[in-house]
Ligand binder design. Structure first.
Ligand code: CAA
Ligand code: NAD
Length: 283
């Protein structure tokens, strides 16, 4: 199936990055958020990153203009009515995502594929909330989207082969590598990554070592590009907690219990880089 017009729902750190890579790859993309402020934040971030790429001579001014022209911002979800593919990247909450999918199901053309960038929520359940479950799929990009090469492509129980093949081919067009994953809590990426981050939070909670020292162990001792607590701040502590809850509920195993300190930080509104404070301060 040929994908010509795409829409990304949610102009946060993931949605804006996803829209950027589509626009850079020559595909027309609309970026949507609930209000002008959130939308403009996403669009401004894209423009800043494109300008930086021109300054660093990784892109010409003309290439930047071409990418920018492929991009359109909108706060009106009805503008999805001419889209072949919609990728949802709103908050990691099943109720919110289900509502978005049901609205999209009513607005988009019959042939359109509806994809979710969810980090951990069951695609099978999202698909079941629509009248086109065989055209629903997980397209899980990694953060920061313009840099990271992987896309986990998650097949819901209902996803048909045509939908899977279309998304796999599209991922290649973006110059990224896809991995086929079946629909289990946390998929592969977060089933492995998030318990490590949660354990790093436990080591701080139990007073084993300081935030900086835990990060140093993993950066200098294991050659990770970022320590787990820096990475948790980068991902967003609310997102980390949602993912741990999905793993805990989904597997019913106490090894996935979210660290109480993570819960406390989220309750305090200390969500990491995006809120100015998490395990580190960004003010
Ligand atoms: N957005 C876009 N581009 C970014 C960026 C951002 N937030 N941060 C850095 N970059 C780009 C820079 O512009 C630079 O690009 P060029 O080489 O083209 O100039 C490049 O990345 C390297 O940046 P820096 O030299 O400033 O910094 P670095 O070498 O320390 O790399 C990093 C930054 C790529 C983020 C690196 O620290 C890293 O790989 N960290 C780990 C990231 C990771 O694990 N991501 C997965 C998170 S989990 C997930 O996404 C799944 C989930 O569901 C939660
Ligand atoms: P974010 O908080 O940066 O952005 C979410 C955006 O969605 C906000 O701009 C918000 O205004 C918008 N939004 C919320 N409800 C909406 C609605 N009904 N319609 C339109 N817009 C709406 O979050 P994020 O980090 O970009 O995460 C988005 C999704 O991507 C989540 O499902 C998350 O689990 C997943 N994800 C996150 C990461 C990460 O590292 N942060 C990595 C991969 C996947």
């Amino acid at each position: 199936m040929s994908i010509k017009q795409i829409m990304v729902i949610g102009a946060g750190q993931m949605g804006a990055g996803i829209a950027q890579v589509f626009a850079q790859s020559g595909l027309r993309v609309k970026l949507n958020d609930m209000n002008e402020e959130a939308l403009n934040k996403g669009l401004t971030g894209i423009e800043r990153r494109l300008d930086r790429a021109v300054d660093k001579e990784k892109m010409t001014g003309q290439e930047k203009e071409r990418a920018w022209k492929n991009l359109e911002g909108t706060v009106d979800l009805r503008s999805a009515s001419n889209c072949d593919l919609v990728i949802e990247a709103v908050v990691e909450n099943m109720e919110v995502k289900t509502k978005v999918f049901q609205s999209l199901d009513a607005i988009t053309p019959e042939h359109a594929i509806l994809a979710s960038n969810t980090s951990s929520l069951p695609i099978t359940e999202i698909a079941a909330a629509t009248k086109r479950p065989s055209q629903v799929i997980g397209m899980h990009f990694m953060n920061p989207v313009p840099v990271m090469k992987l896309v986990e492509v998650i097949r819901a129980l209902q996803t048909n082969d045509e939908t899977y093949e279309t998304i796999k081919e599209l991922t290649e067009k973006l110059n990224k590598t896809s991995v086929e994953v079946h629909d289990f809590p946390g998929f592969v990426s977060n089933r492995i990554l998030m318990p490590m981050i949660n354990e790093a939070i436990y080591t701080v909670y139990e007073g084993v070592a300081s935030v900086e020292d835990v990060d140093s162990v993993m950066k200098l001792g294991m050659n990770h590009p970022m320590g787990p607590l820096t990475l948790a701040d980068f991902i967003g502590l609310d997102t980390c907690l949602y993912i741990m809850e999905v793993l805990h509920d989904g597997f019913g195993d106490s090894k996935y219990r979210p660290c109480p300190l993570l819960r406390q930080y989220v309750k305090a509104g200390w969500l990491g880089k995006k809120s100015g404070r998490g395990f580190y301060s960004y003010e």
